[in-house]
Design a protein around this ligand. Structure first.
Ligand code: PEP
Ligand code: MG
Length: 574
């Protein structure tokens, strides 16, 4: 049994076999073998080498003869594959190390590459790439590995991968992928957000987990504590069975609150809404009796490379959500791509600092046709329910004015084409860049509502990439600097008489939701799974008392003090 710890990114417990995805890059299994297995490991190696040679020959035959460089490269790889020195080294090492042959090969290759790179000879150093390529071919054959599509997972598994893009995560079938363990990622990365939306337990930021887990090993994921246990023993399984039972019981208790309002003991109530990424998620929102959809991340409609949504398809998706919510408000955020959410047409690596770059409203204002198409689809859908539209990543007034002008333009255009459009369709912005919070008074004069995106606001206030596991401890939702900015936005909204909500992950954290209650925020929007727990805590506190705690937090210098104070106060209620 081996135990690892990472970032608890999506709650829940799951026990299944590991499915190593995208293992190409890093996942080499490491396990002991007995002396009796040495011969068969060597046979596996020779067979894999023969298959890798076949693969290279077939690539060669598919190239036309004009590609002389590539032919030469492949010939060199064939020679390397049959290098008698490499074969002899591996054969000799197997009985000494008593480790699986993939690992022995990897160690040999890493050593070779180290020597070549240290040689100071540019030509030799460049050859190390070819050696790595050859070794990858053999390893892939040893593990029968091909790049697998995530849509093709047919058994219930725990997905183990170096990283997972949001566009890959959206393809997951939660009935098959029962847990996720990743080397990379932080709690508010979009991968984590999607895992929570789908109810898939996930532990991220496990740095190196791919090397440590063999495909097919039984692993236990505890997304509540960020623990991953490989080959759990009987005692551990019993412990987790108990934990699962008590989780189910507390879930039942929480479900009992379904039809009660989120109202504090002194009568202050909040609306709890759901964040969704795909129209199908409204079912879960309705199951927990969400008061509406506070954030529909519309960009996920655009993530399928085979199905880019035109105006009609978008209109139908928005209409579906509005109708399903049956008159409850639905806030659709316009396209927020860039950063970690790339469209299939965008290239990773185009920008040096993508999170500070061409994303969200900045992208839309330049890709005007795409944006106008979305605005048309939204305006047309407005007659099917209580639609609100909001623009992401506003950082200055002119962006907002430009976006509003385009919306107005499309409204007039559609009317002239004879479409009916709702008389009132509130338009708001996300407050997720510090500059927006700082000029919130001015922004408030131009919109109908604010929604605070704390995921990005934390990232940009503290200069901490929300998806980077190396600096995850610096990503601090309790940091008083965040609360000062949220308070600024809330005060500005109150002065202007417009509503303010929060749709970042902070809203779904029961302890922090209490601070938002104290701030006079009217709406909290979160992954639907979090709604019951947030409702329970709101019903257990007094808003006036919470205001006292908020005042204390605002005067503190660090996140640790704020967290301790809030948790001590809430105590058993958490
Ligand atoms: C946020 O930034 O808090 C937010 C809700 O938007 P996203 O997580 O999609 O960036
Ligand atoms: Mg955001």
């Amino acid at each position: 049994m081996r135990e690892y710890h990472g970032i608890p990114a999506s709650p829940g417990i799951a026990i299944h076999r590991a499915f190593n995805h995208n293992a190409d890059a890093v996942s080499i299994p490491h396990y002991s073998i007995s002396e009796l297995d040495v011969e068969s490991e060597w046979e596996r190696y020779t067979l894999a080498t023969a298959r890798a040679a076949e693969e290279i020959r077939s690539i060669k035959s598919s190239l036309d003869t004009t590609h002389t460089d590539q032919h030469q490269l492949l010939d060199a790889q064939l020679l390397m594959l049959h290098d008698p020195e490499m074969g002899a080294q591996i054969k000799g090492r197997l009985p000494q190390a008593l480790l699986n042959v993939e690992w022995v090969l990897t160690e040999y290759i890493e050593n070779m590459v180290g020597i070549l790179e240290a040689s100071g000879d540019e030509y030799l150093a460049e050859r190390s790439m070819d050696i790595l390529d050859v070794s990858r071919r053999i390893t892939n054959q040893l593990l029968f590995r091909e790049k697998q599509s995530l849509r093709e997972i047919h058994d219930e598994v725990i997905l183990v991968s170096p990283n997972l893009l949001p566009s890959e995560t959206i393809q997951l079938d939660p009935h098959k992928v029962r847990g996720i363990a990743l080397d990379a990622g932080g709690r508010t990365s979009h991968t984590a957000i999607l895992a929570r939306s789908f109810g898939i337990p996930a532990v991220l930021g496990l740095r190196g987990i791919c090397r440590k887990i063999k495909p097919g090993e039984i692993i236990l994921i505890d997304g509540d504590t960020g623990t991953v246990i490989v080959s759990p023993d009987h005692k551990t399984l019993l412990r987790y069975e108990k934990k699962l039972k008590s989780r189910e019981e507390s879930q039942k208790r929480i479900d009992g609150l379904r039809d009660l309002p989120a109202e504090s003991t002194d009568g202050h109530s909040l609306s709890l809404l759901a964040n969704i990424e795909i129209p199908g998620e409204v079912n879960l929102a309705l199951r927990v009796n969400a008061s509406g959809v506070g954030l529909f991340r519309s960009e996920f409609l655009f993530m399928d490379p085979d199905l880019q949504p035109d105006e009609e398809r978008q209109y139908l998706a928005y209409k579906e959500v509005l109708e399903a919510m049956g008159g409850r408000p639905v806030t659709i955020r316009t396209l927020d791509v860039g950063g970690d959410k790339l469209l299939p047409t965008m290239d990773e690596g185009d920008e040096l600092n993508p999170l500070l770059g061409w994303r969200a409203i900045r992208f839309c204002l330049e890709e005007e046709e795409l944006f106008r198409t979305q605005l048309r689809a939204l305006l047309r859908a407005s007659v099917h329910g209580e639609l609100r539209v909001m623009f992401p990543l506003i950082s200055n007034i002119s962006e907002l004015e430009d976006a509003l002008a385009l919306l107005e333009d499309e409204r007039k255009q559609l009317k002239s084409e004879g479409y009916s459009i709702a008389d009132s369709m509130p338009v708001g912005i996300m407050i997720e860049v510090p500059s927006a919070a700082l000029i919130a008074d001015s922004l408030a004069t131009k919109v109908d509502f604010f929604s605070v995106g704390t995921n990005d606001l934390i990232q940009y206030t503290m200069a901490v990439d929300r998806g980077n596991e190396k600096i995850a401890p610096l990503y601090q939702p309790y940091h008083p600097a965040l609360w000062k900015l949220v308070k600024m936005a809330a005060d500005a909204a109150h002065r202007a008489g417009i509503p303010i909500g929060v749709c970042g992950e902070v809203a779904g954290d029961p302890a922090l939701a209490v601070l938002l209650l104290a701030m006079g925020v009217q709406e909290l929007s979160m992954g639907a799974f979090s709604i019951p727990a947030v409702k329970r805590i709101i019903r257990s506190v007094s808003a006036v008392e919470a205001q006292g705690i908020l005042d204390e937090v605002m005067g503190m210098a660090c996140a640790e003090d704020a967290e301790e104070r809030l948790h001590n106060w809430l105590g058993e209620r958490l």
